[in-house]
Design a protein around this ligand. Structure first.
Ligand SMILES: *[C@@H]1O[C@H](CO)[C@@H](O)[C@H](O)[C@H]1NC(C)=O
Ligand SMILES: *[C@@H]1O[C@H](CO)[C@@H](O)[C@H](O)[C@H]1NC(C)=O
Length: 597
C-alpha cells in the first residue's frame, strides 16, 4: 500500500473518529483511536506538502528528487520566458504601446498554476484536520485547561414550607452574609418593598470543601416567593458590604395541604455537547429549561450531572471530580437557571464511574465527597446520617429519592456467569440494600393515604424495556427479584409514579404494578444514532410513549392536588429541542388520578 493510500485512510478515519467524539457519541475508544490515526494522517499530509518523505524507500526518494529537479528546471524555463516576455512588453511600452499584446498573456497563469494550485488544496485539508483534532482536544481536556477555579455558585437546594438551604461556592475573602425578603406582589410582600432581613454572618468557606458551604434560612412564610442575596462583609471604600450574587425560590405550602406543584425532571449532562467552538461552554438542555423556568418550583436532577469517565477518566483524586462539577456550574445557562429554580440531586454511575457497583471502594470516597460539596449537601435531609437517599413532602405531594448505586451487590461477589464486571449481577442481587429498602417500605406505608401523589426517584429505569446488554445488567432489569418486591409494595399505592433517567432515551411506561414510570434523559448528552435499545410492551408492561432522538430531553410535571382534593391531577410534558425547538411540549400525558384517602 502506498503512502498516499495510508494517508487517505488515516484521514478518513480521523474525520470519522473526531466527528463521532465531537457530535455523535464521545466514546473513549474512539478518542484513543483518533490519538493514533491523526498523527499518521498529519505526517502523510505534511510529507505530501513538502514533496518529500524521510522514511520513503530510496528509489522513491530518488524519483522524487528527480521529479523536483525537473519541476525546478521547468519553473526556471518558465520564468526565463516570462522575463523575456516582460522585457519585450517593457520595450513595447516604452515604445508607446498601452496594452500588452494578447500573445504575451498565457505564460503567467501557467506559472501560477504550477506553483500554487495543489498546495492550496492540501493546506486547506491539513487545516481542517488540525482544526478537528484541536476541537477534540478542547472537548476532552477543557476541564483541565479551564478548571473554573474562580466560579461563584449561589443557588437554592431544598426549600420546605419554612426553611431553605442555600448552596454557596465562593473562593474569596469573608465573612459572608445572606439577606432575604419576600418578593413584592408574589403572595408574601403585598405591594411595597419589604425590607431585607439578614441571616447573620457566615465564615467564608475554605479550600477544605473546595470553597463550598451550605447555609440555611429559617422561619420563612409558606407558599411565598423570596429573593436572597449573598453579600461579602469585606468593606470597601464605598460600601460596608458588597453584593456578590442573588437567587430566588418559592417556599412549599405547609405539609399535608393541597397544592399546585410544577417541577422539571431529567438526567445526564455534558457541557458543550454536541461540540461547538466556544469560549464559554454551555449546557444546552439548561438553556432550554431556562425558557420554562418562570413557573418551576424545582428541578429533580436524577444523576450523571458530571461524566467522570467520558470520554476520559481524569483520575480518582477529589480534585479531578471537583473540577468537573465546577465546569458544569460555570456554564452560563446553568447559572441563570439555578438563580431562579431550586435544584435537587441524586447521583448515578458517572458521578463515580460507568456502571458503578463496587459500593464504597475507591474512588467512591472522592466521588461522594465532591458530590456532597456541590450537589448533595443542599438536598433535603438524608433518611439517616451518612446516607444519600432522602424523602420529603411538598404540601401533600411526597417524594422519595433512592440511592441506587452505593448498596448494590457487587457483581464479582454475585458470582453469576463469568464473574468480574462483565458478568453482571445475579438475579437475587440487591440494588437498594436492606436498610434503604426497609426505610422505603416504612415511608410507603406512611404516605400511602396521607399524600395525594407520590414520586419515587430512581436514577436507573424500573422498566425492563431497555434490554441491551448494558441495560440488562445496570438497570432494574438486572435485579429482577428486588424489582418484583418493590412493585409488589407499590402496586396498591394510589397515584405513585416512578421518575428515572440514565438511558439517553425517553419512555413512559405503565409497569406491571399499574404504576407509571416517566424515564427522561438526556438533559444534554448524546443519543445513540439510528438504533434504539428500547423494546416496548414486553413483560406485562404497556408503553405510553417512546422517543429516541434528541440531545436535549427533559420532562415537566404539573401536579394539582388542589382543584379536586379527592382526585389529584398529574400531567407530564416532554420537551426536546428537536420538536418546536423546545418551546412547546413534544408529548403530553395527563395521568388519571385515583382517590387516595
Ligand atoms: C421521611 O420518611 C420517614 C418515614 O415515613 C418519616 O418519618 C420522615 O418524617 C420523612 N422525612 C421527611 C423530611 O419528610
Ligand atoms: C396502601 O393502601 C392500600 C389500600 O388500603 C393497601 O392495599 C396497600 O397494601 C397499602 N400499601 C402499603 C405499602 O402500605
Amino acid at each position: 500500500m502506498g503512502m498516499g493510500n495510508i494517508g487517505r485512510i488515516a484521514l478518513a478515519l480521523h474525520v470519522l473518529f473526531a466527528s463521532f467524539v465531537l457530535w455523535v457519541v464521545p466514546v473513549h475508544a474512539l478518542f484513543l483511536a483518533d490519538l493514533v490515526v491523526f498523527p499518521v494522517s498529519l505526517l502523510v499530509a505534511l510529507r505530501d506538502l513538502a514533496g518529500r518523505w524521510p522514511l520513503a524507500a530510496p528509489e522513491d526518494r530518488r524519483r522524487r528528487v528527480q521529479e523536483r529537479q525537473r519541476q525546478r528546471q521547468q519553473d526556471a524555463a518558465a520564468s526565463t520566458a516570462l522575463r523575456e516576455a516582460g522585457t519585450d512588453v517593457q520595450r513595447r511600452r516604452t515604445a508607446g504601446a498601452d496594452k500588452p499584446a494578447e500573445a504575451d498573456r498565457p505564460a503567467e497563469p501557467a506559472r501560477q498554476g504550477a506553483r500554487s494550485r495543489a498546495p492550496l488544496g492540501r493546506i486547506a485539508l491539513l487545516a481542517v484536520q488540525v482544526a478537528l483534532f484541536a476541537m477534540v482536544l478542547d472537548s476532552v481536556y477543557r476541564p483541565l485547561v479551564a478548571p473554573a477555579e474562580d466560579v461563584l455558585v449561589f443557588r437554592a437546594g431544598y426549600v420546605s414550607h419554612d426553611t431553605a438551604r442555600m448552596h454557596i461556592r465562593y473562593p474569596g475573602p469573608g465573612p459572608l452574609e445572606l439577606r432575604y425578603r419576600p418578593l413584592a406582589g408574589a403572595g408574601g410582600g403585598g405591594g411595597g418593598n419589604v425590607p431585607w432581613e439578614s441571616a447573620g454572618a457566615l465564615a467564608a468557606p475554605t479550600g477544605a470543601t473546595d470553597f463550598t458551604v451550605t447555609a440555611a434560612l429559617a422561619n420563612l412564610q409558606p407558599a411565598t416567593r423570596y429573593a436572597v442575596e449573598l453579600h461579602s462583609r469585606q468593606p470597601t471604600l464605598h460600601a460596608a458590604t458588597v453584593r456578590l450574587a442573588s437567587a430566588e425560590f418559592r417556599t412549599a405550602p405547609p405539609p399535608g395541604t393541597p397544592t399546585r406543584l410544577r417541577f422539571g425532571t431529567g438526567s445526564c449532562i455534558k457541557p458543550n455537547f454536541p461540540y461547538r467552538p466556544t469560549r464559554t461552554p454551555d449546557v444546552y438542555g439548561f438553556a432550554s429549561m431556562l425558557e420554562h423556568s418562570a413557573g418551576l418550583d424545582m428541578v429533580m436532577f436524577m444523576g450523571d450531572f458530571i461524566y467522570a469517565d467520558v470520554p476520559l477518566y481524569f483520575g480518582p483524586e477529589p480534585a479531578a471530580y471537583r473540577r468537573l462539577y465546577r465546569n458544569v456550574y460555570a456554564a452560563p445557562s446553568a447559572r441563570r437557571l439555578m438563580r431562579r429554580v431550586p435544584m435537587l440531586y441524586v447521583y448515578d454511575d458517572h458521578e463515580i464511574k460507568n456502571n458503578w457497583h463496587r459500593q464504597d471502594q475507591p474512588p467512591m470516597g472522592s466521588a461522594l465527597a465532591a458530590f456532597d460539596e456541590y450537589n448533595g449537601r443542599p438536598n433535603p435531609p438524608p433518611a439517616a446520617p451518612g446516607v444519600a437517599y432522602y424523602n420529603f413532602t411538598h404540601g401533600n405531594v411526597a417524594f422519595y429519592a433512592w440511592d441506587t448505586r452505593r448498596y448494590r451487590t457487587r457483581w464479582e461477589s454475585a458470582g453469576g456467569g463469568g464473574g468480574g464486571s462483565s458478568g453482571g449481577p445475579e438475579p437475587t442481587a440487591t440494588m437498594l440494600g436492606a436498610e434503604q429498602k426497609r426505610h422505603f417500605a416504612r415511608w410507603l406505608r406512611d404516605v400511602n393515604h396521607t399524600a395525594a401523589v407520590k414520586f419515587v426517584v430512581s436514577s436507573v429505569p424500573v422498566t425492563t424495556g431497555w434490554a441491551n446488554r448494558d441495560s440488562a445488567q445496570d438497570t432494574w432489569r438486572g435485579y429482577p427479584t428486588e424489582r418484583a418486591e418493590i412493585l409488589a409494595l407499590t402496586r396498591h399505592v394510589p397515584n405513585l409514579f416512578f421518575l428515572s433517567g440514565d438511558r439517553h432515551e425517553m419512555a413512559a411506561v405503565v409497569l406491571p404494578s399499574g404504576n407509571i414510570e416517566f424515564s427522561t434523559s438526556p438533559v444534554s448528552q448524546f443519543t445513540f444514532p439510528l438504533v434504539g435499545s428500547f423494546r416496548p410492551d414486553r413483560d406485562g408492561e404497556r408503553t405510553l410513549h417512546f422517543r429516541r432522538p434528541g440531545h436535549v430531553k427533559y420532562g415537566i410535571l404539573d401536579v394539582d392536588t388542589a382543584t379536586d382534593p379527592a382526585v389529584p391531577r398529574v400531567t407530564y410534558s416532554l420537551y426536546t429541542t428537536d420538536v418546536h425547538r423546545g418551546r412547546r411540549p413534544a408529548w403530553v400525558y395527563e395521568a388519571k388520578g385515583a382517590p387516595w384517602r
